[in-house]
Write a protein that binds this ligand. Structure first.
Ligand code: NDP
Ligand code: OXD
Length: 307
């Protein structure tokens, strides 16, 4: 039996070596050089080419290399086997630390002080803090951790999700009726939703216009959540004062994209929280053995919900 890795835009060697180090009995093949496709029972994938999972007659599961599975589910020719994702403390910690940096960037006005620095401007007059009321859009593994840590740092935080949550000190909004009160009660929105049919383009001008004038947006989830032209318009019209982005409709972001030079947009190239193979491999190996025994897999995606 074997595992196949299909991740054309990632270096597979750390995964191959890490799996071999943990369990030398697992044969690991790297797509497209697969010697025996009948032996393959598991596939570990990141942005696999559509159709490339159809060649394995004994496939029992597909594992995303990361937390998100939108890149898997967009392949409409997927074999009908369980799909799992990575849930890992390292990944969660890195995301929370990134979010704290992005929140602090606006809260402590580092955008303004960076501009002042380049203008040799010593300005102690402006208030050095922007009061924030933070809304976490998506209260799953990552959103909940970040919300709790922001709360512990003294920020006012609330959350929005499909189902209600009970977390001390963090008001929970949910469902269609909860969306508008949630949006109206905050002036910083952090998107940590999965990308699904329901959440695509959710960050649009209708939403920005409901926020308080001069609000902030942090998008660390997926580029497909944001209508990029609407962000530019919301910044121009003052609904938003700034945005901190890690993900984009098209990645890598094209050279001539207006975000690059926008003074109110801070950007990073989809690095908020990259899966550490060493941390993720144990759960891939456990799922491999569970699949071989016909047992339930950990971190399985609910295909009816799409996340
Ligand atoms: P989870 O599946 O644990 O959480 C998803 C959350 O979103 C849940 O709270 C869920 O509600 C909520 N949700 C889903 N759909 C809706 C909807 N239509 N309306 C309201 N709430 C909804 O995901 P994670 O926290 O692990 O990850 C979130 C996303 O972060 C990933 O899908 C990925 O796209 C992105 N990500 C980005 C990274 C980066 O480097 N930029 C790194 C890792 C992940 P409920 O709890 O009720 O089910
Ligand atoms: C993920 C990501 O989903 O890195 O893990 O975006």
């Amino acid at each position: 039996m074997s595992l196949v890795i299909i991740a054309p835009d990632r270096d597979a060697s750390e995964w191959v070596e890490g799996i071999a180090a943990l369990d030398k009995n697992i044969t690991v093949e790297v797509w497209p050089d697969v010697k025996d496709r009948h032996e393959v029972i598991g596939a570990v994938v990141w942005n696999h080419p559509a159709g490339s999972l159809g060649d394995y007659p004994n496939l029992k599961f597909i594992s995303s290399m990361g937390a998100g599975v939108d890149h898997v589910l967009k392949d409409k020719t997927l074999p009908s086997v369980p799909i799992v994702r990575i849930v890992d403390e390292d990944l969660t910690r890195a995301m929370t630390q990134y979010i704290i940096a992005a929140v602090t960037y606006f809260h402590r006005r580092l955008d303004k002080y960076t501009a002042d620095k380049w203008n040799a401007l010593w300005d102690q007059e402006a208030s050095p803090e922007v009061p924030l009321s933070i809304g976490m859009l998506g209260m799953g593994v990552l959103g909940t951790d970040a919300a709790k840590k922001l709360k512990a740092l003294g920020f006012q935080v609330c959350g929005y999700s499909n189902s209600p949550k009970q977390i001390e000190g963090i008001k929970s909004f949910h469902g269609t009726q909860g969306f508008e009160p949630f949006i109206k009660s905050i002036n910083m929105l952090i998107c940590l939703l999965p990308l699904t049919q329901q959440t695509r383009n959710i960050l649009n001008i209708d939403l920005f216009q409901k926020m308080q004038q001069g609000s902030y947006l942090i998008n660390v989830a997926r580029g497909g959540h944001l209508v990029e032209q609407d962000l530019l318009r919301a910044l121009e019209e003052g609904y938003l004062a700034g945005a901190f982005l890690d993900v984009y409709q098209e990645e890598p972001l094209p050279q001539d994209h207006p975000f690059w030079k926008h003074p109110n947009i801070m950007m990073t190239p989809h690095i908020a929280s990259i899966t550490n193979p060493q941390a993720a491999i144990p759960q891939v190996v456990q799922n491999y053995h569970a699949a071989a025994r016909g047992e339930a897999l950990q971190n399985a995606v609910d295909l009816s919900k799409g996340y």
